[in-house]
Design a protein around this ligand. Structure first.
Ligand SMILES: C[S@@+](CC[C@H](N)C(=O)[O-])C[C@H]1O[C@@H](n2cnc3c(N)ncnc32)[C@H](O)[C@@H]1O
Length: 214
């Protein structure tokens, strides 16, 4: 996602400290304390401008939502959303997926959303895909037993790569579809990217991966 640089972005971000966690390392193991409850934690990786998480957090007030995004200008757009500012059950993390083990204890998270993650189509960039086994092994540790990854993408090659990685790393798979919008998944909440693809009739792939119970 390319964006024009927001003027005075650092100054603007500093005013968003009620909504953005700038040093998630400091909250490792204390996310429930930050929310002030023991509700489940759902984490969106590569959140973008926050439309998905803002709808989800209103719809499911008993879930704590974390939206992780590494680009300052993009997370700023998310933090400006009134729905996010008004929701006590959302926090945004200015952070990189590469550093997840520094941000969370083992089994601190119930669910991870991977919505329209960068597909890194070239073979030589395979290791950068956030469904590469090196990432899935990390997610497995941070997720509770039986924890879930919900994945959506428009990119069929990325989807097939992800399905193989998911199986290779010992998750089980369910609800696989190559055309989500033709299924009767009524509770689907569209992301920004999904809305753009749906507008031009591009099929959306989706699956759910579950960590082993033992
Ligand atoms: C293609 S966009 C999708 C945005 C949103 N999830 C959606 O579906 O509309 C991917 C987003 O992931 C973010 N991203 C990519 N790699 C990341 C990483 N390693 N850590 C954090 N964010 C990342 C990008 O900055 C971008 O905002």
């Amino acid at each position: 996602m390319r964006m024009r640089r927001t003027a005075n972005i650092n100054e603007k971000l500093n005013k968003m400290s009620n909504y953005i966690v700038f040093e998630p390392e400091g909250i490792k193991g204390k996310w429930h304390e930050l929310f002030g409850n023991e509700n489940p934690i759902h984490l969106e990786l590569g959140m973008g401008k926050g439309s998905f998480i803002s709808v989800m957090s209103k719809r499911y007030p008993d879930i704590n939502y974390l939206g992780l995004e590494r680009v300052e200008d993009i997370i700023y757009k998310a933090a400006c959303r009134e729905e996010i500012q008004e929701s006590p059950n959302v926090k945004l993390l200015l952070a990189d997926v590469e550093n997840l083990p520094f941000y969370f204890n083992q089994m601190e998270i119930e669910r991870i959303y991977l919505n329209f993650s960068d597909p890194w189509p070239k073979n030589r960039h395979e290791k950068r895909r956030i469904t590469h086994p090196r990432f899935l092994d990390i997610y497995k540790k941070l997720l509770k037993k039986g924890g879930e990854i919900f994945l959506k993408t428009d990119n069929e090659d990325f989807f097939d790569f992800s399905l193989l990685s998911i199986v290779e790393t010992g998750y089980s798979l369910r609800k696989i579809t190559y055309d989500l919008h033709k299924t009767n998944f009524a509770e689907n909440v569209m992301t920004e990217y999904e809305q753009k693809f749906a507008a031009v009739g591009k099929p959306i792939c989706r699956c759910e991966a579950i960590t082993p119970l033992d």
